[in-house]
Design a protein around this ligand. Structure first.
Ligand SMILES: C[S@@+](CC[C@H](N)C(=O)[O-])C[C@H]1O[C@@H](n2cnc3c(N)ncnc32)[C@H](O)[C@@H]1O
Length: 372
């Protein structure tokens, strides 16, 4: 984990701005940071030999933003770096192609889920220069590598989101996509609930694909092939094509590895013939009143969960709440800045289960009740 150790931390008054970095507040050992491209938390921990400064995993932005924050933190505290395990704090990674969960996804034509080294994503961008390709990936180093390639190779029709693909699809308008690619997904044989392909994902894929658009799954796992095939078969009106050991236009790093091991490779094409209803969901994630009487008991409802995990004090009027909310199988970690009019420091994705959890949260801990 990239971190630094500094010799001293001064008693500063927040908020304070250093270069392009805003330090918003301090909540116990967490500091709220805002840069031009990201809002996140860093942690400052007292150690024998100084202060360890590291990033918070839940709100972690790209390494370039963390580096900016570390650099500004050092300057703010007029500190000396005793140790660092990141090279050149000055390095800048261009990220104009990087979107986030709140971005408008109505212009996307093609989606690739879990692009890894990005060979196929870049192949798509070059094959379809007039289409906008969205790569969705949870592994940050892969993202940084592909963003760099986009710059070096002058590719401007790739967009990237660092998030769980199962959540992002539900943000894409209906009947929009030409195709969706899921190549060599992690089989998760011991944790099947983590698989990308599942009933919800297929249902969302059918909704976002144009009529005659397709989803292409390519896998080396017999298990994953059989499991996915049976999931696709649950849908009454999809057209499925299956192929085995047919060479593909481009071979990914994983595919090269499996071919050397002489593994079988399976393709499933799911072709959509339906026209789906348009999405009509305008979720409002605002709060009207401070949240009061919070408790740490996990609450499980039919479609979602709410678990307040920890509360960090900022000052007499404000606190930072860390919680997990949303879909039972893929809940999201969020932070809420609890104050007179609370706001999310890390917003949940705008999907139904998160919205239901948000509304329930407001109802359960409504600080306005009883104020007349
Ligand atoms: C086995 S690798 C395959 C990478 C690439 N498609 C290839 O063929 O070389 C699976 C990739 O999917 C990503 N991944 C796993 N679960 C994901 C999810 N829920 N959403 C987005 N990406 C995911 C992983 O980080 C990893 O890069």
């Amino acid at each position: 984990m990239p971190h630094i150790v500094v010799d001293k931390v001064k008693d500063v008054k927040f908020p304070v701005k250093v270069d392009e970095v805003n330090f918003l507040f301090r909540a116990d050992d967490l500091i709220g940071v805002q840069t031009e491209n990201a809002k996140f938390l860093i942690k400052v921990l007292k150690k024998d030999n100084g202060y360890l400064v590291k990033y918070d995993k839940i709100t972690r932005p790209l390494i370039s933003e963390i580096k900016k924050a570390y650099k500004a933190f050092v300057k703010l505290n007029e500190a000396k770096i005793l140790f660092e395990n990141i090279e050149g704090i000055k390095e800048k990674i261009p990220n104009k192609n990087l979107l986030d969960i709140t971005s408008d996804l109505s212009g996307i034509d093609i989606v690739e889920v879990g692009f890894g080294s990005g060979r196929h994503l870049i192949h798509l961008a070059k094959t379809y220069p007039d289409k906008i390709i969205l790569g969705i990936e949870i592994h940050k180093p892969s993202i940084e590598q592909v963003l760099k390639r986009c710059i070096h190779e002058n590719i401007d029709n790739i967009r990237i989101i660092n998030h769980d693909a199962r959540i992002i699809l539900s943000k894409i308008p209906s009947n929009r996509l030409h195709s969706i690619y899921v190549h060599f997904p992690v089989p998760w044989d011991k944790k099947p609930h983590r698989r990308v392909i599942n009933e919800d994902f297929i249902s969302e894929s059918v909704r976002v694909l144009q009529k005659d658009g397709f989803l292409h799954l390519r896998t080396d796992s017999d298990n994953y092939f059989e499991y996915s095939f049976s999931e696709f078969m649950k849908f009454p009106k999809v057209d499925l094509k299956v192929k085995k050991n047919i060479p593909y236009e481009v071979s990914s790093k994983y595919e090269d590895r499996w071919k050397k091991m002489q593994k079988d490779i399976y393709d499933i094409y799911m072709i959509n013939h339906e026209i789906s209803e348009e999405l009509n969901e305008n979720f409002d994630f605002s709060f009207e009143c401070r949240l009061e009487n919070l408790d740490f008991e996990p609450k499980i409802y039919e479609n979602f969960v709410i678990h307040i995990e920890k509360i960090f004090k900022i000052d007499d009027k404000r606190e930072l709440i860390r919680a997990t909310i949303g879909n039972f199988n893929r809940p999201e970690h969020i932070y809420i800045l609890n104050q007179e009019k609370p706001e999310y420091f890390k917003k949940p994705a705008p999907i139904k289960e998160n919205y239901l959890a948000h509304m329930k949260l407001k109802g359960l801990f409504n600080g306005c009740t009883g104020r007349g």
